[in-house]
Every structure is written in structure tokens, then in C-alpha cells.
Design a protein around this ligand. Structure first.
Ligand SMILES: Nc1ncnc2c1ncn2[C@@H]1O[C@H](COP(=O)(O)OP(=O)(O)OP(=O)(O)O)[C@@H](O)[C@H]1O
Ligand SMILES: [Mg+2]
Length: 319
């Protein structure tokens, strides 16, 4: 705990007392002054304590949000039918541009009209009880206008100091993500947020390519030549051969609400990481996206200057 509040208030009180006593020709060491100094110390200490607990609360709120973001379930926190927080998976599931596109929205806008009454009743029940409500099915509206079935359970919580409802659920659209990691994958230097954006864009494309569900295989392997290989394999509609060379071009999209910027951004980010992004696809069979990233050791060897290359990639290490 910092003690700046105590120091400043005590010094201020001492300053005033010294000025007052010297201008009246009185001694500084009086019971009255001692009382004022003790009072100032007490008030300063209360101030420092308040600041300290505020900081702890802010830190625990941040770690709480980090925890929500790392969960493999979709989480929506809402109060009075307004969304106040969503985790990363919810952003992907709703196909929203970012978190801010969902925060502040009415929860009623996120479900198809048939489910509005059910949502109002469940939110009321969750807000007035202390137990998690059993999972129940909804049909949700994504931001791109498509809909999906979703199973949700809700619970009253305290979030950012206020009572709210946390709804946690899973997508019933039948998409399974299977992950496979080889052991001893080398480290790579990267900007963690940028790579996160790449994987979210590619996983979003893979799920959108499988409207009736299917499997997505995510494999992370060592690559003898290039360092690390990440493969994202879907069983979706696929891409015609003649379209593959144009995939990194801006605004190429086959989706009603697509921007056609997702893959372009992915190519750019991987290029900036001195990697390579390769897409292979077969219509009606599926698509394989392969990302090659150089190992940190190779990057250092190439530049021959450890300091320069670490600062280049904002010191993030990804394994
Ligand atoms: N895994 C995939 N399976 C089938 N087609 C794909 C896949 N990934 C990309 N595509 C095709 O490539 C196009 C461009 O993809 P990109 O991610 O750049 O934009 P988008 O997905 O259309 O729009 P946005 O990313 O803004 O939602 C898509 O519209 C789609 O036709
Ligand atoms: Mg996309």
C-alpha cells in the first residue's frame, strides 16, 4: 500500500501549524498540534486504504475479465436487458466486428422475436434468485443476419460493482473443434493480439463454411524448414480453384454481410511476422488453411542481432 496520502496530509497540517504558531509566537510542540497531526495521519491513512482497495478491485476485475475471455463457452453479462460485457467467444459467435459492437445492445435484439418473452421471464427469474437457472434453448440472431440455436444457463452475479445476470451457453450448431499439439513446439516472436485476430478470422470463415455443422481440426506442428506450422482444416463448402489466388484481395466476399477483408488482414499479419499463409481447398470437401511461422531462434539467426529482433515484435512470445 502506498502512503503518499498520509505523508501529504501530515506535511500540509504541519506546514499550517508551523505558520500559525510562528506568526503568533507560540511553540510548535503543543498538545493541540499533536492532535491535528494524528488526525491528519488518520485521515491520510483512510485515503491510502481506499485507494489501495480500489486498485485491488480494479486488478481483480481485470483478471476476472481475462478469465471470462479464456473460457471455451460463450458468456454474455447483462443488466436490465442491456449487454454490459461479452467474452471473446461471444464476439466470434455473434459474428460481431468487436466487443463494442455488442456492448450496450438490448438483449432482445440478440434473439429471434419468438424467444423475446422467454428471455424477459428468464432474466427476471435469474435476477431474483441465487441459483443458476437450468439450460434452455434459444434461437439467436447473429450480427450478419443469420440465426443459430444456442443453449443458455443464467446466474445472478456482481459485475463492476452492480448486480447483473451472467448467461453462459453453448452453440448447438454442431461444430466441433478438435485440437492437436505436437510436443516441443519452438517459440515464435509475435504480436499476440494480431495472431489472435488471424485465428479468429480463420475459425470464423471455417464455421461460416459449415452451416449444417461439422468438424474443424486445429493442428500445431513443428516444421523442419519453417519453424512452426498451424493447420486449420474444415469440412465446409470449399473454394473453387480459380478463386484461391484472389483470396487475399480486399473486398472479395461471397457472403451477404461479409466485408471481404478478413483474409487480407490475415495475409498481412502473417507476412509481418515473416511467415506464410497458404490455402488449399476442394469444393464440397473443405478447406485447409496453413500458417507457417519462423521459430524465434531462426528470426534471431537471420537478423544476427537479438536486441533488434526482440523489439521488432513487441517482446511477445507465443508457443
Ligand atoms: N474456410 C473457408 N471455406 C470456404 N470459403 C472460404 C473460407 N475462407 C474464406 N472463404 C471464402 O473467401 C471469401 C473471403 O474471405 P474473407 O474472410 O476475406 O471475407 P468474408 O469472410 O467474406 O468477410 P468477413 O471476414 O468480413 O466476414 C469468403 O467470402 C469465402 O467465399
Ligand atoms: Mg471472413
Amino acid at each position: 500500500m502506498k502512503i503518499w496520502g498520509q505523508i501529504i496530509i501530515v506535511l500540509f497540517t504541519l506546514g499550517i501549524s508551523t505558520y500559525h504558531n510562528s506568526s503568533h509566537g507560540e511553540s510548535l510542540f503543543t498538545i493541540e498540534n499533536l492532535f491535528y497531526v494524528v488526525l491528519a495521519w488518520f485521515l491520510g491513512r483512510q485515503y491510502d486504504k481506499a485507494k489501495y482497495y480500489e486498485k485491488i478491485a480494479r486488478l481483480s476485475e481485470k483478471s476476472y475479465k481475462n478469465l471470462l475471455d479464456s473460457l471455451p463457452s460463450t458468456i454474455i453479462i447483462h443488466k436490465d436487458q442491456r449487454v454490459i460485457y461479452v467474452n471473446d467467444l461471444a464476439v466470434t459467435m455473434f459474428r460481431a466486428a468487436n466487443r463494442e459492437a455488442l456492448i450496450g445492445k438490448s438483449t432482445l435484439e440478440l434473439v429471434t422475436p419468438k424467444y423475446a418473452d422467454q428471455l424477459i421471464k428468464r432474466t427476471k427469474a435469474a435476477s431474483s434468485g441465487n441459483k443458476a437457472l437450468k439450460s434452455i434453448e434459444y434461437n439467436l440472431k447473429r450480427q450478419d443476419g443469420t440465426t443459430m440455436d444456442f443453449e443458455v444457463s443464467s446466474l445472478k452475479i456482481i459485475f463492476e460493482g452492480v448486480e447483473a445476470v451472467l448467461s453462459i451457453g453453448k452453440d448447438l450448431s454442431n461444430i466441433q473443434i478438435c485440437m492437436e499439439y505436437e510436443s516441443n513446439i519452438p517459440f515464435v516472436y509475435c504480436d499476440e493480439n494480431q495472431l489472435k485476430q488471424v485465428f479468429l478470422n480463420i475459425l470464423k470463415n471455417a464455421t461460416e463454411a459449415m452451416p449444417n455443422g461439422g468438424n474443424i481440426d486445429l493442428k500445431v506442428k513443428k516444421d523442419k524448414e519453417k519453424g512452426v506450422l498451424i493447420q486449420i482444416i474444415d469440412q465446409g463448402v470449399g473454394i473453387p480453384k480459380e478463386r484461391i489466388p484472389t483470396l487475399g484481395d480486399p473486398f472479395y466476399t461471397t457472403k451477404e454481410k461479409g466485408t471481404g477483408l478478413g483474409l487480407m488482414t490475415c495475409y498481412k499479419i502473417i507476412e509481418n511476422h515473416q511467415g506464410q499463409l497458404q490455402i488449399d481447398s476442394e469444393v464440397n470437401k473443405g478447406t485447409t488453411v496453413q500458417i507457417f511461422l519462423p521459430s524465434a531462434r531462426d528470426v534471431l539467426k537471420e537478423t544476427g542481432d537479438q536486441k533488434r529482433s526482440t523489439s521488432h515484435f513487441r517482446n511477445e512470445i507465443f508457443k
